[in-house]
Structure formats: structure tokens, C-alpha cells
Design a protein around this ligand. Structure first.
Ligand code: SF4
Ligand code: SF4
Length: 199
């Protein structure tokens, strides 16, 4: 009898727990029902990446000392540092450096720990290609000067109004004149950036 009561107790506990989890899941669903849908008209509009966005890695060949710290801190030992020892100078000489972005998880560890700061993360995120081997960037590709995918292209409208549209407005183009918004207009952001560059 006691065993039966214990089983009933356990079963009740599990049923209550399951109901709690279902309730938690549904609360997330209902929360989303109150949010407004947002559509960015990619590729004509692009969101301005956040300040600490982790995009394609930039590499400065001349600064690298072939210490291989980036390899050791990488969760998948990804960077390939090909060096040889120069007997005359008694220093390592870097021959090639590469990172395969088809495997990289953009965690930023290598950038964080590189002692000479020769690695940095750029805003570039459009790395798609038809051949995955093209994602294996050598030191030349990694050394390409980073460009802003959002600001450098005159055909692209930079957009930063992801969550800033007034209620009932689904597109930035439908914004009534003079409507109040929480964020800055893209042209205001661009003006600020141009002013900062001019300084
Ligand atoms: S970003 Fe992370 S995964 Fe990519 S190479 Fe650096 S440490 Fe490795
Ligand atoms: S941690 Fe920096 S300096 Fe050292 S091998 Fe990697 S990229 Fe070069």
C-alpha cells in the first residue's frame, strides 16, 4: 500500500513539473505574440552590426611572431601557422598563416589572446561561397583591408531600426512623417560616423 502511495506521489510530482515546463514554454510563445514582426529588405537594406560584432578575422602578417598562442586557445586548434626557424637571426620566420572560416566558430579567442594584436574581428559577415574550400583564407585573404559591408556600398541602405518602429508600423518605409522613434535614423548615424572620421 505504501509503495502504491509513493508511486502516486511521484507521478503527481512529475505531472506538476511537466505542467510547469509546458506553461513556461507557452509563456515564451505568448510573449512573442505581442512583438511586432521585423523585416529587413536584404540585400538592399542591411542592419548595422553591433560595435563588438565578430565577423571575418583580419590578420597582419608583419606583426605575427609565430608563437602559436592562437592555435592553443582555439577550441578546435584551427589557425594554421606555418613557420621555420631562421638560424641566422635565431628567430621564427612565418611562411604562411591560414584560418578556415568553414570551420571557425567566430568565438574570438585567438583575437583575444594574440600577444601582438595582429588578429582582429571585422564587420564582414557575407562569406558565402559555392565551394567550401574557398572559405579557407590564407594570409593574403586574411590580410585584405576590412570594409564595412553596410556603409561602403552606395546601393545598400544601412538600417538600425530593428526594434524602433512605432506600434502598427511593419516597415521603415511606412513610417509616418514626424513619428517618434526610440533610435536614431540611419542618416543621423551616418552623419555621426562621417563627423567622427573627419576629426
Ligand atoms: S575565432 Fe575561435 S574558432 Fe575561429 S580561429 Fe579564432 S579561436 Fe578558433
Ligand atoms: S597568437 Fe598572434 S602572433 Fe602568435 S601565431 Fe597567432 S597570430 Fe601570430
Amino acid at each position: 500500500m505504501l509503495k502504491f502511495l509513493k508511486q502516486v506521489g511521484d507521478y503527481t510530482k512529475e505531472a506538476v513539473q511537466a505542467a510547469k515546463y509546458i506553461g513556461q514554454g507557452l509563456s515564451v510563445t505568448f510573449d512573442h505574440m505581442h512583438r511586432r514582426p521585423v523585416t529587413v529588405q536584404y540585400p538592399y537594406e542591411k542592419l548595422i552590426p553591433s560595435e563588438r560584432f565578430r565577423g571575418r578575422i583580419h590578420f597582419e602578417f608583419d606583426k605575427c611572431i609565430s608563437c602559436e598562442v592562437c592555435v592553443r586557445v582555439c577550441p578546435i586548434n584551427l589557425p594554421v601557422v606555418d613557420w621555420e626557424f631562421n638560424k641566422e637571426t635565431k628567430k621564427k620566420k612565418l611562411n604562411h598563416y591560414s584560418i578556415d572560416f568553414g570551420v571557425c566558430i567566430f568565438c574570438g579567442n585567438c583575437v583575444e589572446y594574440c600577444p601582438t594584436n595582429c588578429l582582429s574581428m571585422t564587420e564582414e559577415y557575407e562569406l558565402a561561397t559555392y565551394d567550401r574550400h574557398e572559405l579557407n583564407y590564407d594570409n593574403v585573404a586574411l590580410g585584405r583591408v576590412p570594409y564595412s559591408v553596410v556603409h561602403s556600398d552606395p546601393m545598400v541602405t544601412p538600417i538600425r531600426e530593428f526594434a524602433y518602429l512605432p506600434k502598427g508600423v511593419l516597415s521603415g518605409h511606412d513610417l509616418p512623417a514626424g513619428a517618434r522613434r526610440a533610435g536614431k535614423l540611419p542618416e543621423e548615424i551616418l552623419e555621426e560616423m562621417e563627423n567622427a572620421d573627419a576629426k
